[in-house]
Design a protein around this ligand. Structure first.
Ligand SMILES: [Zn+2]
Length: 349
């Protein structure tokens, strides 16, 4: 992806951050999960100048959506400067009478409590079937009034739709170790084993079709919009959908993997789309994890990412086979990816 915007001299000559700058630069994590009343992570993030955006999501092994909403609204009340949250809704009862009214009134209530957006998850497209035994995809017309409501309220839809392309490959052909591990442990989500489920292409097409139908709604594609394997594919969608941004939650290893043989291409992608990419980790905390471990894990995640984005070192990561050069992004790009874009795309003041 060669383009006229990339790496001009004025950007090359701009100042860069250092490793020592990490705790002093204002930052946000645009996608994490806080499934606890404990403020350990919030306080530690605060001490490192990092705000958190916690995502409520209808995942089977998470606490109930009501419980998640209680955690997140409480944290938002106590830490409005450093903490925001995103609400979600259930689709399992979408064919029951009154589902739409109930869903809209719950989302309205969540917005009143401070939610900056709404999350939809891969159970749409990969799990839930309607009474005709058809998978309900994200472009299902029954979901349109919910999205219209989100747009009308000037909120943002965050979508984890589909999975990494690796999910449709045998484990030994997957590119990064974190996917090999996740899908070995979650055969129920490993689509290579379930050819009767909608294909990767079908998931992406349904999402793109939903975006065509809702050009006025801000949409953040979680996990690099499930196009993590190719910055060209992400770029193509960002060009096509002006109201689309992407978060990097749990997919930075895929960018590192592409940087092994395509450093310039990955770096150009960040320069060109510097207003459309959101820093995010997918860190998840609950009461089963000790405070020391919460802090240690968070810090090593944040600092390794920081090294990848700001330095020009040769790096290795446990998920990625091969060495890659860190992206050495200019300060102005770092500030956008870590703060400005997150505030802008979620209207966080
Ligand atoms: Zn997540």
């Amino acid at each position: 992806m060669k383009n006229q915007f990339s790496t001009g001299n004025e950007i090359r000559e701009a100042a860069f951050y250092t490793m020592d700058d990490f705790p002093f630069v204002q930052k946000f994590d645009a996608h994490m999960h806080i499934n606890t009343h404990s403020e350990v992570l919030i306080n530690f993030a605060k001490a490192n100048n990092l705000g958190l955006l916690s995502i409520n999501v209808d995942v089977p092994d998470f606490p109930s959506l009501e419980q998640q909403q209680e955690f997140t609204t409480g944290h938002f009340k106590n830490n409005p400067e450093h903490f925001s949250f995103i609400a979600s809704f259930r689709i399992q009862d979408m064919e029951d009478p009154g589902w739409l009214e109930k869903t809209i009134s719950r989302l309205d209530d969540a917005f009143e409590r401070g939610a900056v957006g709404v999350k939809v998850w891969k159970n749409i497209g990969m799990e839930y079937k309607d009474k005709n035994r058809d998978f309900v995809m994200i472009d299902d017309p029954r979901l349109d009034p919910v999205f219209d409501f989100i747009a009308k309220k000037n909120k943002t839809l965050l979508g984890h739709l589909g999975e990494p392309k690796n999910c449709w490959l045998p484990v030994e052909e997957m590119t990064v170790a974190n996917d090999k591990e996740y899908f070995s442990h979650h055969p129920e989500y490993h689509m290579y084993l379930h050819p009767e489920y909608p294909s990767y292409q079908k998931q992406i097409e349904a999402r793109d079709h939903m975006l065509e139908k809702h050009p006025d709604m801000r949409f953040v594609g979680a996990h690099l919009a499930s196009l993590e394997w190719s910055v060209d594919e992400i770029a193509e969608r960002l060009d096509r959908f002006p109201n689309l941004a992407v978060d990097m939650a749990e997919r930075i290893s895929h960018l590192q993997h592409q940087a092994v043989n395509g450093y310039e291409k990955v770096r150009d992608f960040f320069i060109r789309y510097q207003d459309r990419i959101l820093y995010a980790t997918d860190i998840t905390v609950d009461d089963s994890i000790s405070p020391e471990t919460v802090r240690a894990n968070a810090y090593s995640t944040w600092i390794n990412h920081w090294r990848f984005f700001i330095s020009d070192e040769m790096m290795e990561a446990p998920e990625v086979p091969g060495k890659f050069r860190a992206l050495h992004l200019p300060k102005e790009v770092i500030d956008k990816v870590y703060t400005t874009n997150i505030k802008k795309w979620y209207r966080i003041m």
